[in-house]
Write a protein that binds this ligand. Structure first.
Ligand code: C2G
Length: 450
């Protein structure tokens, strides 16, 4: 008798799960299915699982393919189950290719092709259905997004669109997703759009996606003009759609905790915010060579403006930029100084100058300090006049952090609240306005005209 084992969360049970179990069963005579516990999913960093363990087990049972159902409680269990149940074949979907090769010393490992299209009636029967994501753009960040999306329950990466067909094909092959060269087909098979194309193309893609009635999650900076930002948010609101700017720091639990502590009164009234983020970039890269849309501030400014806007708001009295420029005019290092009625702030970023990369929040009773990489907040300290008293805070930051923003995006789609508090429409609009001002003082518009 050939014994097969497979594992999964099987949340919001769909055709992908059904087909996987059907083919797993066909691999042998006896199929054991391991269903993950909530605790294990949490430990492996899977977010947003909605169905209870009981419901998920029930759904697997209903297929009739499982001869036995067990629960999976830890990452080491696969190995011991193979021994315990005398397993001949371990199988899982091709979205995990390579991950479980280490088990091949103990049994055969088979990766079954993942189901790329999840579209039929099975979804409509669910109260909350899987959001099929269509990706626009094929850069590094888009790849990281696909990886992270696997760890957010309730979404499925359907495919990618890129006008450069070759890049789109390569990307789709690498990530085991569909490739679309025709926009009509693309929009027909997706529910939400993730935009990770070059900055200057965001506005047109967002408008198009909204016109096709799709929710949009877009990489920062969302757009580079205040008017455009206001226009697209108004359009999304009117259509009841979510338009979401992916500044990952805004959604990560550590940064949320830091804001909570900063605003709790523990450091008194906040009077000064200093945020710095530098990342040395290869001079050949687009960020250092695109004379209109490259440079430090367009690349990193969203991160350093975020704590300032979160803590002091969008109504600044004065805003000034100072930059160190490369020969091609692009800013290698930019410092933004802001004055508010209640305090002052500086936001510093650099692609060509290295600095300490710290977030400092000073108040009338103490200060908070988070060292680099505070934009992936895992640790910060609160200091007081009494130098011996230091409060220390830690939080987890999973993977690349994109899963937090995706999970928030998803819960906004599923809830009635369409204006998220972690990054509000007003804050996104303010960032677009600041980007626009920067482009003006940095002479970018002139280049655009030439
Ligand atoms: N699957 C698939 N096609 C999809 C979605 C999922 O073939 N469109 C497969 C997965 O590859 C997995 C199974 O269905 O083999 C269950 O998927 P999930 O519920 O998403 O569970 P997963 O996180 O993949 O758990 O220990 C857990 C396992 O490692 C996998």
């Amino acid at each position: 008798m050939t014994k097969v084992i497979t594992y999964g969360t099987f949340d919001l049970f769909h055709e992908g799960h059904y087909r996987l179990l059907q083919r797993a069963k066909a691999l042998g005579d006896y199929l054991i299915v391991g269903v993950t516990t909530e605790t294990y999913d949490k430990a492996r960093g899977k977010l947003g699982v909605m169905d209870s363990l009981v419901t998920r087990i029930e759904n697997v049972k209903k297929t009739g393919f499982a001869d036995e159902i067990i629960i999976e409680e830890s990452s080491t269990q696969k190995f011991s189950d193979i021994k315990k149940y005398n397993i001949d074949i371990f199988t899982v979907g091709s979205d995990w290719v390579g991950t479980f090769d280490y088990l091949s010393d103990y049994c055969k490992v088979v990766y079954l092709e993942r189901t790329r299209d999840i579209s039929s009636t099975m979804l409509r029967e669910q109260k909350r259905h899987i959001q099929r994501i269509g990706i626009v753009g094929t850069g590094r960040i888009a790849g990281r997004f696909v990886k992270e999306a696997k760890l957010v329950s309730g979404v499925s990466t359907q495919g990618v669109y890129n006008p450069h067909t070759d890049s789109a094909k390569r990307f789709a092959e690498k990530w085991d997703i569909n490739v679309y060269t025709e926009k009509e087909a693309f929009y027909k098979e997706i529910d939400v759009v993730y935009i990770a194309s070059p900055h200057e193309t965001h506005y047109e893609y967002i408008k198009e996606a909204l016109s096709k009635h799709k929710h949009v999650i877009c990489e920062k900076p969302l757009v580079l003009q205040k008017k455009q930002s206001e226009e697209i948010f108004a359009e999304a609101k009117e259509k009841g759609l979510i338009l979401f700017e992916g500044i990952k720091t805004a959604y990560c639990p550590g940064f949320q905790q830091l804001l909570g502590i900063a605003c709790s009164g523990i450091i008194g009234s906040i009077r000064n915010v200093e945020a710095c983020f530098t990342k040395l970039e290869n001079p050949e890269n687009r960020e250092m060579t695109d004379r209109v849309y490259g440079g430090s501030f367009l690349e990193l400014g969203s991160y350093v403006m975020l704590p300032v806007l979160k803590l002091f708001g969008t109504e600044y009295e004065k805003l000034e930029f100072d930059s160190i420029e490369a020969e091609n005019g692009l800013d290698l290092f930019t410092k933004v100084s802001l004055r508010y009625p209640m305090g002052i702030a500086t936001a510093t970023c650099g692609l060509g100058v290295k600095s300490e990369g710290r977030l400092l929040i000073s108040g009338t009773k103490g200060y908070i300090v988070a060292e680099a990489p505070w934009w992936k907040t895992t640790y910060f300290e609160v200091h007081y006049e009494d130098a011996e008293r230091v409060d220390k805070y830690s939080e987890t930051f999973l993977g690349d952090g994109i899963r937090y923003e995706l999970s928030e995006f998803l819960s906004m789609i599923n809830s009635k609240e369409k204006n998220g508090f972690k990054l509000t429409r007003g804050e996104s609009i303010a960032i677009a306005g600041i980007m626009e001002k920067f482009m003006r003082v940095n002479g970018r518009e002139k280049h655009e005209e030439t």
